[in-house]
Design a protein around this ligand. Structure first.
Ligand SMILES: NCc1[nH]cc(CCC(=O)O)c1CC(=O)O
Length: 311
């Protein structure tokens, strides 16, 4: 009998949901697995803004160490938390079927909407993309930095820190708070972060190729994969970590991929966005094409400004 596949994950509730999700997909394909919880540096520094400590690898280093020495076979992540450039030894081998990509407002108050300009509204978020997008489209909305897991954020909201939280639908859905969703935000305005809504499976390139193929067959959703590879190629050119307000969303229609995405300046004054259309079999080329367009249209200046402000 073959041995159990070891799934490495962080210990947060959202991370565990993702690991159980992958375990379930493997099980449906007849593959046995076990979950190995790994503590990362990022889990220990929750009170400091990730953009201040540097996003690179704070949630992934310890998982990658264990991938390399074989203590785990795969590591499971929110696809959007994965940096665009992995170290040479690793690869993303599968992306689970994506769920709704939208950002949403979560609130206990009735009738909350960012479109209502007659009411003052304070939103809790810690994402530079969301703050800059609000400044651009909804300058009347105020924001306040809120950190921690979803449960902690909801508690802070209840204590009066903000009227609503601005979050990804996917995480809210996975944690079971859908009934508190007050508004779904428009994908044209709040174009999500690259990868939002999908779970990525990372492996060492040295992973046994037969096992790798079995895992891909069990967990990978090819349309989601094509969409995410296009988005991630875009992110790679922009060198965007989670602290840079870039956004991109690919869609799949009958073998064709559309990719819309861009960048917004931190003050919200400039927002550049394009849509490109290409062949579904060449997702990376499409990502590169979008990046070229965005950079040439002023994205380069915005990027340089942001890097200067954050250094
Ligand atoms: N940035 C943190 C993060 N990473 C993944 C999710 C949610 C799940 C997902 O988008 O796949 C979240 C929460 C959020 O942005 O609201």
């Amino acid at each position: 009998m073959s041995r159990k596949i070891k799934i490495g994950t962080r210990g947060s509730k959202l991370a565990l949901w993702q690991a159980y999700h992958v375990e379930e997909l493997l099980k449906k394909a007849g593959l046995e697995s076990e979950i190995v919880i790994i503590d990362t540096k990022g889990d220990q520094i929750l009170d400091v803004s990730i953009s201040k400590i540097g996003s690179k690898g704070v949630f992934t280093q310890e998982l990658e160490d264990q991938l390399l020495d074989g203590r785990i076979d795969i590591a499971v992540h929110s696809a959007k938390d994965m940096q665009s450039n992995l170290a040479e030894e690793f690869e993303l081998i599968a992306f689970t079927e994506r769920e709704k990509e939208n950002d949403i407002l979560l609130s206990k108050q009735k009738g909350i909407s960012i479109k209502n300009t007659t009411q003052s509204l304070v939103l809790g978020t810690s994402s530079t993309r969301r703050v800059a997008t609000l400044k651009h489209f909804y300058p009347h909305v105020k924001t306040v930095d809120v950190r921690g897991n979803l449960q902690t954020r909801i508690r802070k909201m209840e204590e009066g820190l903000c009227d609503a939280l601005l979050l990804a639908y996917a995480g809210v859905h996975r944690m079971g708070y859908e009934e508190m969703i007050a508004e779904y935000l428009d994908l044209e305005e709040f174009t999500p972060a690259v990868g939002q809504g999908s779970v990525a499976i990372e492996a060492s390139k040295a992973l046994n190729s037969e096992l790798k193929e079995q895992i891909i067959k069990a967990c990978n959703h090819p349309e989601t994969e094509a969409r995410l590879r296009a988005e991630r190629a875009y992110l790679r050119v922009l060198e965007g970590g989670c602290s840079i307000p870039v956004f991109a969303l690919a869609n799949w229609e009958k073998g064709k991929l559309t990719l819309k995405g861009g960048i917004v300046s931190l003050d919200g004054k400039k927002r550049i966005s394009f849509e490109v259309l290409g062949d579904g079999s060449q997702p990376e080329a499409l990502g590169n094409e979008l990046a070229e367009k965005v950079l040439a249209a002023g994205g380069k200046e915005i990027l340089d400004q942001i890097k200067k402000a954050q250094s």
